[in-house]
Write a protein that binds this ligand. Structure first.
Ligand code: GLU
Length: 338
């Protein structure tokens, strides 16, 4: 049997400098493709113009190279692919699968108290609030009236009903290369979801699926904080008549207090570490030991190049639980002996 060539991708958002959590995710995506002779695409996910900065895209490419990670194709920029997203949205509209939703964020917040992304234990199972379906079956006359009045609206996808506006069970299972079989409740997967915001910005869910299909991506490696989006993406694949990729959701690296890494963790951006004299091999070596991809050496971790992890790499070896960085990680990394 001939195996199809793996096509993976590095899909960073240029909304901040890469931190150790990003380094971990991109190292895994790189290893997942390169360990089996696969190809890698670089896609800059700058879909949200308010949050993305071109100089950060340049910086993150520098940081990826510094870490020893390369790619074969790209960079593609989502900001240059808007016509394709608009055409796909139009197609879904013609098929009667999306509807204008006039609900404001404030209204929705006051209606629902379900967990938001990022809540929970970093296991990726906490979804967003289930959309209460207010605009799903608006009488046509009412819809027209609101559109005529110039009310702002987002485009929401009508999900295959498991009852109400919840996703049908066939989309609620993910066979994950790291996490194994993961099952979601319809509520965790949220209900009808937005594909285009009221300010015209396309939703991550739509852009990422369209791009992965267009670029032939068949292996998606990303943080477990995105796991809860996967049922919605599986549903989009089915609507678009495409085969979903293999998924590997990797455990999150949290700060020493157990909080998600974010821009405020500037001191552990790859940039700051580099400026503090940390070497990329120390970052790779420490991550590898933390994740179970390399043995603990005498006196701690052993510095290494990403390529040294290739022969033994397997998603099954990754320890699937979220982990915390030591408070003095910069110091720890600074001690990495070659
Ligand atoms: N651009 C997303 C991020 O930086 C990744 C999206 C994905 O891998 O599906 O978190």
């Amino acid at each position: 049997m001939q195996h199809k060539r793996i096509i993976g991708r590095l899909a960073p958002s240029p909304t901040g400098y890469l931190h150790l959590g990003n380094a971990w995710a991109f190292l895994c995506a790189w290893l997942g493709a390169r360990s089996v002779g696969g190809r890698l695409i670089l896609r800059i996910e700058d879909i949200d113009p308010q949050r993305s900065k071109p100089e950060l895209a340049v910086a993150l490419m520098e940081d990826l190279r510094w870490l020893g990670l390369d790619w074969d194709v790209g960079p593609y920029y989502q900001g240059e692919r808007l016509t394709g997203y608009a055409a796909a949205l139009e197609n879904l509209k013609e098929r009667g699968l999306i509807y204008p939703c006039f609900c404001t964020r404030k209204e929705l917040r006051s209606l629902a108290g379900a967990p938001q992304q990022g809540d929970g234990a970093g296991d990726g199972l906490a979804g967003e609030s289930v959309y209460p379906g207010l605009c799903r079956d608006l009488p046509e006359a009412e819809r027209e009236e609101r559109l005529r009045a110039g009310r702002s609206f987002s485009w929401r996808l009508r999900v295959a009903p498991a009852g109400g506006n919840l996703l049908a069970s066939e989309f609620l299972q993910v066979n994950d290369l790291v996490m194994g079989r993961v099952e979601f409740t319809p509520e965790q997967a949220a209900g009808d979801f937005a594909l285009c915001r009221s300010d015209g910005v396309f939703a991550y869910q739509l852009a990422v699926v369209l791009d992965d299909i267009a670029m032939g991506v068949n292996q998606v490696v990303r943080g477990a904080d995105i796991l809860h989006s996967t049922p919605r993406q599986l549903y989009l694949y089915s609507l678009l008549g495409a085969v979903p990729p293999a998924y590997a959701h990797i455990p999150l690296l949290l700060d020493h207090r157990g909080e998600r890494l974010a821009k405020r963790h500037a001191s552990i951006s790859l940039r700051a570490l580099r400026q503090a004299g940390v070497r990329p091999q120390a970052v790779v070596g420490w991550l590898a030991v933390w994740a179970g991809l390399a043995e603990v050496g005498v006196g701690g971790f052993q510095s290494m190049n990403a390529t040294e992890l290739l022969p033994e790499f397997s998603f099954r070896r990754i320890n699937a639980a979220p982990g915390r960085l030591p408070a003095d990680i910069a110091k720890v990394l600074g001690c990495g002996a070659l």
